[in-house]
Design a protein around this ligand. Structure first.
Ligand code: GTP
Length: 331
């Protein structure tokens, strides 16, 4: 069975970390984000098609040569490059010629969770759905950030029929429930023909509504679930997965320096009497003696000389081709 991993976003909300690395390779509690997603794949999945765009080469190189235990993963990886971002459904269409199975998974590359995709596959098959999406219940105030479903009946297969889908409701009062699209879905082959080729198409806005009359189901998931879209949620994900995680290898903390509620990549130094709080540091960052950083995101290789609060710290030019604002959410 095939799984498509959507890994082509720019991750603009995580800049400047994503200036130098594709979002799926940003470390979460010491492992690239995409590894947490690959962990969730059930044994039925033997081929993984990764839809990439920004920093495609870096992601392809990583997948060809995964370190540690991951090197023993016998799955086949196919990296499919988009010349420009095609949106969540356009990316699936672009991978069509590599799909070999009738049912296939589509997974966002930036969801850290313990969702049971094997159970979802069983329920999807038993319900004979055309599409099944993983559903997570979130607090009402959070629904505005996600696609929200209108639930129908519960089926004997353990799924819920979906009667409506509202992508990012403007107000929580407009949301039909607190059940959101958890960024993992199973689709049947015929869904592919609903997606026009060669253009930007949103799965959530343009394709899901068409599935409702054809048998569109949801499958509830339990346990931790974090959409690692912005720095705060990256910190949450690190601390949820490993409450003691602070930094990658070769981390140096000087005398009387503090490093709290923060994470750092590899080879970072926080010099004497510096204080770092609520920050995300990329690889090879140095925070100079006595500097106070609060709620900052610091790009790879930066040397931070001045104290700052709520800043994105990056002193080099923004890489060519990186967008000035979010791309996918504009759809
Ligand atoms: P922001 O720029 O911060 O919004 O991040 P993003 O570009 O990653 O967008 P978002 O978080 O909404 O994307 C959710 C998932 O879909 C991520 O795993 C992205 O990599 C992926 N994704 C978004 N747009 C595209 C696209 O156009 N093509 C592909 N292949 N993947 C995409």
């Amino acid at each position: 069975m095939d799984a498509i991993i959507l890994a082509g976003g720019y991750g603009t909300r995580l800049r400047p970390l994503t200036y130098t690395r594709p979002k799926p390779l940003l470390p979460v509690a010491g492992r690239p984000m995409i590894e947490w997603v690959l962990d969730r794949l059930p044994p039925e999945v033997s081929r993984v098609i990764v839809a990439v765009n920004w920093k495609a080469q870096a992601l392809g190189a990583y997948l060809q040569n995964r370190p540690g235990k991951a090197a023993r993963d016998r799955r086949t990886f196919i990296v499919v490059k988009e010349d420009e971002p095609l949106g969540t459904a356009g990316a699936v269409k672009n991978c069509e010629k590599f799909l070999t199975s009738d049912s296939f998974f589509v997974l966002n590359a930036d969801i850290v969770s313990r969702m049971d995709l094997g159970a979802m596959l069983k329920a999807h098959r038993a319900a004979r759905a055309v599409g099944t999406i993983a559903l997570k219940e979130v607090p009402l105030a959070d629904v505005v950030n996600f696609g929200v479903i209108q639930p129908g009946a519960t089926t004997p297969a353990g799924t819920t029929t979906i009667q409506g889908f509202v992508e990012k409701p403007k107000d929580p009062a407009l949301a039909p429930s607190r059940l959101i699209n958890a960024g993992a879905y199973l689709l049947e082959r015929r869904v592919r023909s609903l997606i026009p080729a060669g253009k930007m198409v949103s799965m959530e806005k343009e394709i899901f509504p068409q599935l409702i009359p054809q048998g569109f189901h949801g499958f509830g998931i339990d346990g931790p679930w974090i959409d690692v879209g912005d720095p705060k949620r990256l910190l949450d994900a690190c601390h949820t997965l490993d409450a003691h995680f602070k930094a990658g290898p070769e981390f140096r903390l000087g005398d009387h320096a503090t490093f709290t509620g923060s994470v750092a990549g590899k080879g970072c130094t926080v010099r004497a009497s510096a204080h770092v709080e609520g920050c995300v540091l990329g690889d090879g960052v140095t925070v100079d003696t006595g500097v106070h950083l609060k709620d900052c995101v610091v790009g790879d290789g930066e040397f931070v000389r001045d104290s700052a609060t709520a800043q994105r710290i990056w002193t080099k030019p923004v890489p060519a081709g990186y967008p000035a604002s979010q791309v996918g959410n504009a759809l």
